[in-house]
Design a protein around this ligand. Structure first.
Ligand code: GUN
Length: 291
């Protein structure tokens, strides 16, 4: 069994990005600049955004964090977005999700200039991805593709089962795995809450990508001997022994599943760090396109 080390891979890629930024600066170009809008005080979202800002520092990017009160109206948020769309100093920006209930998330996503949509959530980027055109890829699936590439996990002609059909992970993951190329060229099945015979389907998977948000959902009896298992789950589970009061739990029963696997990604230290690195790669790309 090979443990897919997302933490180390992410650190390697951040060092590669930092070296590229140095080259850009030596050529008289600007540092890539990422802005992030955080609305409200959701604990997990604050942690994610803080980690994104820290990653910008490591990569040598400029970053701007715009913190808005939970009572911010949709129109006020849209004004901030317009300002960032028009700011020539900002290469790309994100609006951290989820947003407070009174704000229409889709309207917000569609207000972002697709050329600055480094989350890859705008329908223009989603559409371009679906037909294999250059675009900003959504961070989590892009991070998983990079792990599969760097660990030379075989995908061509393999059966890939994606658990979950979210717009952020499940759907784009399925799309990328079925596309021509390496990694890719897989035969893909997407399972969701209405899927019948889910266990049987999982047992046929050469690659099983779990993105349900249900701790320990994938058990040993659902995994084929020699499969590759990618765990996207990051559920906060109460844990009194931790200073934070919680620990992150993946969708996979790692202890019992790992011995059967050719490759497996752990939680934490697997997909999570790669998600942030993908955002950095998208920002680097945006910076190059605009420089
Ligand atoms: N919330 C959870 N994941 C993400 C992400 O990748 N981008 C944004 N903007 N919000 C998120």
């Amino acid at each position: 069994m090979i443990l897919i080390d997302g933490k180390k891979t992410a650190a390697d890629i951040k060092a590669e990005i930092a070296a590229e930024v140095e080259q850009m600066l030596a050529q008289g170009k600007r540092r890539p600049h990422l802005a992030a809008i955080l609305v409200g005080d959701d604990g997990a979202s604050q942690t994610y955004v803080n980690n994104k800002v820290k990653a910008c520092e490591v990569c040598g990017f400029q970053s701007t964090l715009i913190r808005l009160d939970a009572s911010t109206t949709q129109d006020e948020l849209l004004e901030h977005i317009q300002r960032l769309n028009n700011d020539p100093e900002v290469d790309g920006f994100i609006v951290q999700l989820p947003l407070p209930k009174h704000i229409n998330e889709q309207a917000v996503i569609e207000a972002i200039d697709p050329a600055k949509d480094v989350d890859g959530f705008h329908p223009v980027n989603v559409g371009r991805m679906s037909i294999g055109l250059p675009c900003f890829l959504p961070a989590t699936p892009a991070g998983i593709m990079e792990l599969l590439r760097r660990y030379n996990v075989p995908t061509r002609g393999k059966r890939c089962v994606v658990l979950g059909r979210s717009n952020i992970v499940g759907k784009p993951m399925a799309m990328l795995m079925m596309q021509k190329g390496t990694p890719g060229d897989a035969t893909v099945t997407v399972c969701h809450s209405a899927t019948e015979n889910l266990k049987e389907i999982c047992r046929e998977a050469d690659l099983l990508i779990a993105a349900l948000g249900q701790p320990g959902f994938v058990t040993e009896d659902m995994v084929k001997e020699g499969a590759t298992v990618i765990d996207v789950g990051t559920t906060r589970v109460p844990d009194a022994t931790r200073k934070s009061g919680f620990r992150l739990s993946g969708d996979v029963d790692f202890e019992h599943v790992a011995p059967k696997c050719a490759f497996i990604s752990p939680v934490p230290g697997g997909v999570g760090p790669m998600t942030i690195v993908s955002l950095m790669l998208n920002t680097l790309r945006a910076g190059k396109l605009r420089n």
